[in-house]
Design a protein around this ligand. Structure first.
Ligand SMILES: [Zn+2]
Length: 85
């Protein structure tokens, strides 16, 4: 089973002058070929390049256990909430 979890409160970070962004979220998934479970940490090296809001996009998760590459479809959504007027 695959899921994306928001790990904690954290900043969205833009890396230097590039179009790479880090988000406080982790993708947890198990390889459909061998069953080994892995994570992709979007706050670490698994940043998103040129992220677009509300448009599905695909990433590939590589399994170091069996060398399988599994495409995963994600969508970035942003919620802005009024806390106080
Ligand atoms: Zn595998």
């Amino acid at each position: 089973m695959s899921k994306v979890t928001v790990t904690n409160l954290g900043d969205v970070r833009k890396l230097s002058e590039s179009n790479r962004f880090q988000f406080p979220a982790v993708l947890e998934m198990c390889c459909p070929e061998c069953g080994a479970c892995h994570t992709k940490n979007f706050m670490g090296n698994d940043y998103l390049s040129y992220p677009t809001v509300n448009a599905p996009f695909e990433i590939v998760v590589w399994c170091p256990n069996c060398d399988a590459e599994t495409p995963v479809k994600l969508k970035l959504t942003i919620t802005l909430a009024l806390v106080e007027r």
